[in-house]
Design a protein around this ligand. Sequence first.
Ligand code: S3P
Length: 186
Amino acid sequence: MNDYARSWEQEKKKCNNVILIGFMGSGKSSVGYRLSYALKRSLCDTDSLIERREGRKISKIFEEEGEQYFRDLETATLKRMIEKQEYRRCILSLGGGTPLREENRKLLKQLGTVYYLRVTPEMVWERLRGDTTRPLLQTEDPQRTIRELLSKRDPIYMEAADVVIECSGKEQDEIVEFIRKKTVEK
Ligand code: S3P
């Protein structure tokens, strides 16, 4: 291991979080909730943190300030998490777009082990059909938007991930147990 890789590993150990990434509707929040119970670790949801700090819903932030503003808030949130001791050994559930920025992917490497909950466009559509809370899916043809966004993002999620979990055909229990085991084995 070279020095860079070694210091990276040390940083990771310092924060030691379990990080869930993936597309909207991939189950990050519900897997995170159950994992936090199974591992007795606190759950932090970056979207909720942002909403609380801003005092308004994500959809309002998009509407009033635009997407870039929201993306800056995501980066600021990750930076704050690295600095603050309260974000150690937590379960972090991230907004679906957070890993898109290269800067954020680097921050994630410092924050812990990144699990990518990989889903198919069909699974997302089944779960989010009729949803009104995701601004990016309020299009004329949300099914198509899901397909296009997911195929663009999948390679980025793959790059950001330490562990990829194929969710298709798996019960949520199985996913939770898989991550739990990996975490306690470390
Ligand atoms: C987004 C995903 C959402 C939320 C925002 C943008 C995205 O979070 O952060 O609407 O770009 O994929 P969830 O993944 O929890 O739905």
